[in-house]
Write a protein that binds this ligand. Structure first.
Ligand code: HEC
Ligand code: HEC
Ligand code: HEC
Ligand code: HEC
Ligand code: HEC
Length: 244
C-alpha cells in the first residue's frame, strides 16, 4: 500500500493565499481611487473647457406653473396653431408674435444685477382683455389673476442658476454689449453696428429666447466662457471678480 499516493505533500502553488486575497482588494481599491481622480479631472476640465455635463439636466428646462411662450410675446414670427397651420386674425391676416422688447418685462436688467421676472399685474394688464378663451395657459392665468386678484405671485421656476459661490451681475454686461455689438454672440445681424438696443444683447448668453416656446439654457455659462470673454475685452479676471 502506498501512502504517498493518498497523502501527497501539500501542493505548493506559486502565490501565497494572502496575496491572492489582497490583489483583488488592492486592484478594486486602486480602481475606486482612480475613478474618483478621473471624475474630479473630468469635472474640472469640463468646467474650464465650457463642456456642459449632461448629467446635470442641462437640456431639460423645468416645468413652469403656466406655459408662458416667449414666441407669442417677444417673437415676430408667424404663430402656428396646434396642427402646425398659421393662426389667422379676425381680419384674415396671419397672426405674428408681438415683438415686445425683453426689457418691457425684464425691467431691471439694465439697472441691476438681476433681470427680474414681471409681476402678475403686468400680465393681467393685457390679459384682462386680450387672448382667446381656448388657450389653456390663459385659463390658468385667469384663475390666478382674476379669481384671487393679485394674492398669489406666479411661482416661476428658475431656468438659469449659477452655483451660490459665483457672482453674476447683468447691468455692466448689458451696458458693455449694447456699446460693443462685435462682442454679442448668437446674433450676426448686429455685429457691424455701432450700438444696439439692450434687448439685442441677451442672445450672447441666452440664445434666441424670442423663438423659444419654452425657455431653456442653451449656453453652458461655465467659468471658461466667462473668463474668455473677460480676457478678450479687458474685463477683470481675478477670482474675486466672480467668486464670493
Ligand atoms: C411679456 C413678458 C416677457 C417678455 C417680453 C420677455 N420675457 Fe423673458 N420671461 C418672462 C417670464 C414670465 C419668464 C418666466 C417664465 C419662463 O421661464 O418661461 C421669463 C423667463 C425668461 C428667462 C429665463 C429666466 C431664468 O429663470 O433663468 C430668460 C433668459 C428670458 N426670459 C429672456 C428673455 C429675453 C431675451 C427676452 C427678449 C427676447 C424676453 N425674455 C422677453 C416674461 C417675458
Ligand atoms: C402687451 C400685452 C401682453 C402682455 C403684457 C402679456 N401678454 Fe400674454 N399674450 C398677449 C397676446 C396678444 C397673446 C396672444 C393671444 C392669443 O393667442 O389669442 C398672448 C398669449 C398668451 C398666452 C397663450 C399662449 C398660447 O398660444 O397658448 C399665455 C399663456 C400668456 N399670454 C401669458 C402671459 C403671461 C404669464 C404674461 C405676464 C408675464 C403675459 N402673457 C403678458 C399679450 C400680452
Ligand atoms: C453675459 C451673459 C448674460 C447676458 C448678456 C444676459 N444674461 Fe441673463 N443671465 C445670465 C446668467 C449667468 C444668469 C444666471 C444668474 C445667476 O444664477 O445668478 C442669468 C439669469 C437671467 C434671468 C433669471 C434671473 C434674473 O436675473 O432675474 C433672466 C430673467 C435673464 N437672465 C434675462 C436676461 C435678459 C432679458 C437679458 C438681455 C437684456 C440677459 N439676461 C442678458 C447671463 C446673461
Ligand atoms: C460677452 C462677454 C462676457 C461674458 C460671456 C461674461 N462677461 Fe462678465 N463682464 C464682461 C465685461 C466686458 C465686463 C466689464 C463691463 C464694464 O464694467 O465695462 C464684465 C463685468 C463682469 C462683472 C462685474 C465686475 C466688476 O466690475 O465688479 C462680473 C461680476 C462678471 N462680469 C461676471 C461674469 C460671469 C460670472 C460670467 C459668466 C457666467 C460673465 N461675467 C460672462 C464681459 C463678459
Ligand atoms: C469671469 C468670472 C469668473 C472668474 C474670474 C473666475 N471664475 Fe471660477 N467660476 C465661474 C463660474 C461661472 C463658475 C460656475 C460654473 C462652472 O462650474 O464652470 C465657476 C466655478 C469655479 C469652481 C468650481 C466650484 C464651483 O463653485 O462650482 C472653482 C473651483 C473656481 N471657479 C475657481 C476659480 C478660481 C481659483 C479663479 C481665479 C483664478 C476663478 N474661479 C475665477 C466664474 C469665474
Amino acid at each position: 500500500m502506498s501512502t504517498a499516493q493518498t497523502d501527497p505533500p501539500p501542493a505548493k502553488s506559486g502565490t501565497p493565499t494572502w496575496v491572492k486575497v489582497l490583489v483583488p482588494v488592492i486592484a478594486t481599491g486602486g480602481l475606486a481611487v482612480t475613478g474618483v481622480v478621473v471624475a474630479i479631472l473630468v469635472f474640472v476640465l469640463t468646467a474650464w473647457l465650457n463642456l456642459p455635463l449632461p448629467v446635470f439636466g442641462f437640456d431639460e428646462p423645468p416645468e413652469q406653473p403656466i406655459a408662458f411662450p416667449h414666441t407669442v410675446h417677444a417673437g415676430t414670427d408667424v404663430l402656428m396653431d396646434i396642427n402646425g397651420n398659421p393662426r389667422i386674425a379676425p381680419d384674415n391676416s396671419q397672426l405674428t408674435g408681438l415683438g415686445l422688447d425683453c426689457t418691457f418685462c425684464h425691467r431691471t436688467v439694465t439697472t441691476s444685477g438681476t433681470a427680474g421676472v414681471p409681476p402678475v399685474q403686468l400680465c393681467s394688464f393685457c390679459h384682462r382683455v386680450v387672448g382667446s378663451e381656448d388657450r389653456a395657459g390663459l385659463a390658468q392665468l385667469r384663475d390666478i389673476t382674476f379669481l384671487e386678484p393679485f394674492v398669489d405671485a406666479i411661482n416661476w421656476q428658475r431656468v438659469h442658476r449659477l452655483p451660490d459661490s459665483v457672482r453674476f451681475v447683468h447691468d455692466p454686461h448689458i451696458r458693455f454689449l449694447s456699446n460693443h455689438p462685435a462682442a454679442i454672440g448668437n446674433n450676426d445681424a448686429v455685429t457691424g453696428l455701432a450700438s444696439v438696443n439692450p434687448s439685442q444683447v441677451c442672445s450672447t448668453c441666452h440664445g434666441s429666447v424670442a423663438t423659444m416656446e419654452k425657455v431653456k439654457q442653451v449656453e453652458p455659462l461655465k467659468m471658461g466662457q466667462c473668463v474668455n470673454c473677460h480676457r478678450d475685452n479687458n474685463a477683470p479676471v481675478d477670482c474675486s471678480t466672480c467668486h464670493f
